[in-house]
Design a protein around this ligand. Structure first.
Ligand code: FES
Length: 132
């Protein structure tokens, strides 16, 4: 409830290193995650969403937890947070959190692809991505 009433990390990073945008097919809502990366660690993570209270609260929790983490750690934290949050959310609210996870994954993917200079027509080729 605290993260719903006073969400943290709301907004856009204007010159973000990575941005991920995902739609929730079940409701039509949109989630955007923004990351700034310094020394291969997430220095800042924010989100914007047209989603529901569950999407807002879980994105607030996720963005808070990944600050200071390496990119691989952030993905791991995302998985761990997922298990914790999904065990507490009603089943019909599952996509409200998974769009935050997916948007974070895409933001990290975009950052890694930019760093590698991979800008292929039609999108990024995730098979060419490097690890931390
Ligand atoms: Fe759309 Fe939750 S109902 S994100």
């Amino acid at each position: 409830m605290e993260h719903f009433q006073n969400p943290k990390n709301v907004g856009e990073i204007s010159d973000a290193d990575g941005v991920g945008t995902v739609g929730n097919a079940s409701c039509g809502d949109i989630m955007q995650m923004f990351i700034r990366v310094n020394d291969n660690k997430i220095a800042e993570a924010t989100f914007k969403t047209f989603g529901c209270g569950a999407a807002i609260a879980t994105s607030s929790i996720l963005t808070d937890r990944i600050k200071g983490a390496t990119l691989d750690e952030a993905l791991k934290i995302s998985e761990e947070t997922s298990k914790e949050i999904l065990s507490q959310l009603p089943k019909d609210k599952t996509p409200c959190f998974t769009i935050a996870m997916d948007a974070l994954r895409l933001a990290i993917e975009e950052y890694r692809c930019k760093r590698m200079g991979i800008h292929e027509k039609g999108g990024f080729d995730s098979t060419k991505m490097e690890k931390d």
